[in-house]
Structures are given as C-alpha cells and as structure tokens.
Design a protein. Structure first.
Length: 150
C-alpha cells in the first residue's frame, strides 16, 4: 500500500478490525518512512451484476435504486434507518449469493417485498403498489386481502 502523504511503498498494518458494516475490513497503517498513519478499507470484490428491466433493457446493478424505493415506501413510517440499511444488505446478500451475472428486476422486487412484509405492512403495500403497477382500486384491494388472509 502506498502512503498517501509521501508516496512510499514502505507501509505496514498496525491494526485490523471489521468495519461498521461488517462487510469490509478497516486497517490502520503506518508509513515507515514518514511515520504518518492512515486508514484503508478492504472489501470483497463482487462480480458485476446486470439487472434486466421489464422492457428487457439491461443496466448495471445500483444499490441506490433499491434504497430509494424502500425509503419512499417507508416514508413517515416507524422504520429506523438501521432497519432499512439491514434490509438492503439482506437483499444484496440474497442477490449476490446466487452468483448469477444477470437478474431480472421483478426478482429483486419480489425479494424486497418479501422482506418488507415482515417489517411494516403499510410500507409493503406502498412498495407493492408501485412495483406491481396497481391500475385500479380492485387490484389494490386484492393485494390487501392476500396480506390479511395470511
């Protein structure tokens, strides 16, 4: 690792621990030449994932899109930011553990809905109404009845 202060390759790790997200390693390093300390983060490199949209357009996976949809569904609901972050992490773990290079957007939506159902019923219905493109009140009521009958 090159020192960001002097550019020397002569650095060493003085402390390692899991980062706050438990998905990366935080390392404190020290440069043997200039004596300055700095922090680096190590994260496992995942295979690039392509999402196949409803109109068969392919685009690179973007965590921010899932996060945006979930945040809109949970707007003004008693769902903490930590819970939302954990939910997104769980969705990503499920998506990437399949080791597929492509995934359909409807599969991602189903995973999100399944997890949202256990967190907040209103957020689940909000997400489902956008994701499933409810056209009328009947479709909305059908989804509510499915939820109530479980």
């Amino acid at each position: 690792m090159r020192c960001p202060f002097c550019g020397s390759d002569n650095t060493r790790v003085i402390d390692s621990r899991p980062a706050d997200d438990n998905n990366s390693i935080r390392r404190r390093r020290m440069c043997d030449d200039c004596g300055k300390r700095f922090t680096t983060y190590e994260k496992v490199e995942t295979i690039p994932l392509i999402v196949i949209k409803k109109d068969n357009v392919r685009e690179q996976y973007d965590r921010a899109k899932i996060e945006g949809g979930i945040l809109r569904a949970c707007h003004k609901r008693p769902v903490s930011v930590d819970t939302i972050t954990k939910l997104i992490d769980e969705v990503e773990t499920e998506i990437f553990s399949s080791e597929e290079k492509e995934i359909r957007s409807d599969r991602i939506g189903e995973i999100v809905m399944e997890k949202l159902k256990d967190i907040d019923a209103v957020a689940y219905v909000r997400f489902a109404s956008v994701y499933r493109e409810f056209k009328d009140v009947e479709t909305f009521l059908d989804e509510l009845n499915k939820m109530l009958n479980k």
